[in-house]
Write a protein that binds this ligand. Structure first.
Ligand SMILES: Cc1cc2nc3c(=O)[nH]c(=O)nc-3n(C[C@H](O)[C@H](O)[C@H](O)COP(=O)(O)OP(=O)(O)OC[C@H]3O[C@@H](n4cnc5c(N)ncnc54)[C@H](O)[C@@H]3O)c2cc1C
Ligand code: FES
Length: 269
């Protein structure tokens, strides 16, 4: 783990959708002090653009000598990152946080929007899984060529089934009888997944998003009912989520104020 930023060169930029790009880094390149990145699916890194800011991103690609992040365009930081080209340098700290537990039988993976980034390496490592991805529209779907058998849902019906991934859960369960569900995406979707898992007594794990500053459990910014999401999360199990009063309800903005989750996700902080 790197507690201080290590400067890394962008080796490749992949256009994933009309909103998201992936940035690939080599872990053994010149000037990089990093030999390999010890990482478990679900963990995240802090990406620093000097003189701008540092922000958290899930690792969405990982191999012996490379890793990558997939970044959706949101505000000032992600705009600047999207403008960066192969050969430019950024600082990387991490990886941080908890990981998904892979010791399950049959799994169902439910991803929404850029939440798919946190699930991508997990999907590659699961032996037996069915994957369903939801997005607002076809042009926002991720990794369509990377995971060929993935089931798709779009809210406007432009690809796959019209609707949201949770509409399919009941049918999928009847067909696949999975033992576990993994999810990451809009919090309203993850709440529905956790309710489904509780009803059918299936174990589930979700990756939550809260505003992160230090990433090492010191500043308290990411606290969610006493849990530091950067250390005790972002991946939490169903039992823990059930006890989190703020899950699906509240989050803290960058200024520390606790606001309804819709306000947090929709507004600049
Ligand atoms: C553990 C974790 C993993 C993440 N993984 C990814 C990923 O793989 N791909 C991706 O596109 N995004 C990911 N995010 C969200 C990403 O960090 C924000 O989209 C990004 O910081 C937005 O910055 P901005 O300046 O472009 O937008 P802003 O206009 O500053 O913010 C837009 C929204 O992004 C969120 N945000 C802003 N700053 C932070 C911060 N420091 N920490 C957490 N959320 C923030 C807030 O919801 C805010 O309303 C992740 C967040 C967390 C907590
Ligand atoms: S971001 Fe500082 S404690 Fe989690």
């Amino acid at each position: 783990m790197h507690l201080e930023p290590v400067m890394m060169k962008i080796e490749e930029v992949i256009l994933e959708s009309n909103l998201a790009r992936s940035f690939i880094f080599k872990t053994c390149s010149e000037r990089s002090e990093s030999k390999s990145l010890e990482y478990q699916p679900g963990q995240f890194i802090m990406l620093w653009i000097p003189r701008l800011d540092e922000k958290p991103f899930s690792i969405s690609y990982h191999g012996k000598d490379f890793f990558g992040v997939t970044v959706a365009l949101k505000g000032r930081f992600t705009q600047r990152l999207h403008e960066m080209k192969v050969g430019e340098w950024v600082g990387i700290r991490g990886p941080f946080g908890t990981a998904f537990n892979l010791n399950v039988g049959k799994a169902c993976v439910v991803g929404g929007g850029v939440g798919m980034a946190s699930l991508a390496v997990l999907i590659e490592r699961l032996e037996d899984s069915v994957v369903v991805q939801g997005a607002r529209t076809a042009s926002e779907l991720l990794y369509r060529n990377r995971f060929k058998d993935m089931l798709l849902c779009t809210e406007d019906g432009s690809a796959g089934t019209k609707g949201v991934p949770t509409d399919l859960l009941e049918d999928l369960y009847r067909h696949y009888r999975f033992d576990a569900i993994y999810t990451c995406g809009p919090e309203a979707m993850m709440v529905k997944v956790s309710e489904f898992a509780r009803e059918y007594n299936i174990c589930m794990q979700a990756s939550l998003e809260r505003y992160i500053k230090c990433a090492v459990g010191v500043c308290g910014q990411c606290c969610c009912n006493g849990l530091r999401l950067c250390v005790e999360g972002p991946v939490l199990d169903g039992g823990t989520l059930e006890k989190l009063e703020d899950f699906g309800r509240y989050a803290r903005r960058g200024n520390g104020r606790r606001v309804p989750i819709g306000t947090y996700l929709g507004k600049k902080t």
